[in-house]
Design a protein around this ligand. Sequence first.
Ligand SMILES: Cc1ncc(COP(=O)(O)O)c(C=O)c1O
Ligand SMILES: N[C@@H](CCOP(=O)(O)O)C(=O)O
Length: 463
Amino acid sequence: MRYISTRGGIEPLAFQDAVMMGLARDGGLLLPQTLPTVGNQVVQRWQQLHYQALAREVLSLFIDDIPETDLEDLIDRSYASFAHPQVTPITQQGDLYILELFHGPTLAFKDVALQLLGNLFEYVLARRGGFMNILGATSGDTGSAAIAGVRGKANINIFILHPHGRTSPVQALQMTTVLDPNVFNIAVRGTFDDAQGIVKAIFNDLDFRDQYQLGAINSINWARVLAQVVYYVFAYCKLSRLGMKSVDFSVPTGNFGDIFAGYIARRLLPPGCIHRLILATNANDILTRFVTSGDYSCSQVQATFSPSMDIQVASNFERYLYYFLNEDGAAVRRSMESFVASGRLDLTADRQRIGQDFSSRSVSEEETIATIRDFYSEHHYLLDPHTAVGVKAGLELRDPGRPVVCLATAHPAKFGEAVSLAIGNEPPLPPALAELQKRESRCVILDAQQDTIKEYVAANALH
Ligand SMILES: Cc1ncc(COP(=O)(O)O)c(C=O)c1O
Ligand SMILES: N[C@@H](CCOP(=O)(O)O)C(=O)O
């Protein structure tokens, strides 16, 4: 399997090179040259597998430059840190299925990919030699999961930008209380979009990128998306084993990474297995406007109870656009350049095609809190506010008779304030979070300026 850029400007790459490159050097995003598909017989075999074994099968369809036994070892070590034996278990609550993705070390779905990515970086560096400086942006969860994936690893430094004061207090502490010498937290005076824009701009400075051997942990890195494909397939296999042959997934969405993994899973499995992807947004509804009207236009970002989804410019949208524009790299480049210039893409004429892949709903702040409250009183099951956005959209947009799997993307204890508003008290903190407030923390606060961030990275980078 080789990897190409959405903008058509690079020679095809092997998987390990794609992982190390992160953002394609022509400014696009990396994708497999062809998308693998499997038939019903394979699905029947996969229905019998536990998570790690299924991960091996799915990943091997996309990776051919890591020997099988090494891949197996990487996967086993990555998921040994999960608290649940099934890694991503499904529970049934009423007539919804909840896919719990928060049993990893930092209690959010990001651990599923970032435990693996940290081990992949270490694996490649051990074989090729050298060092890397990871540069990433987070609205809250990617940062702590990435730090947990690489803290203390040799020849890797990690620089994580988060929007100052805009994550939940627990999310900030999960990052800033990690004092390993290879970890650098930067709170930027700005929004997540500012931080993500700076990270991408720095990656596009190829001299700086090469000098410091920058590595990406955001979902611009294909390995992030790939690892997330596995849990869609896992969930589908579990439900289809119980006789459910066609299911929908409802996905709380910000950067379009998680739902794009669902899109790849949908194309991997036989037609109809994943019927539709329900794209759930909070008040930052650019993606809902895109799905419902074809209008992809930026507006001002708003702070919400689901802060990790307070995003306007969704990184992985470009990957979907690549398929939407019939894999025409030049057309993607033109569209993205026009989007950067005008803040808008007009796909209103193609609205119906978009509707074949996704349905979408934006969920208000009041609805988010009411969903946490109602779900708790009906099922005694506590949703975090991001999951609540997905559950509300799933309940509203489901088809009669078709099962809906809602992705539970974070543990509710990470967002105590929203939960407390909904049910009157904060959830008990799991052991991983209980001690955080007492710990020493370390973080610099910097302006959201590319040069300021570059200077800080250069002063602290491995070289
Ligand atoms: C808890 C939580 N839910 C949902 C999302 C949205 O996921 P994505 O950005 O992949 O769309 C995020 C952030 O990415 C998150 O941290
Ligand atoms: N919600 C994310 C934003 C970054 O998204 P990513 O999936 O591209 O890393 C976060 O928690 O940081």
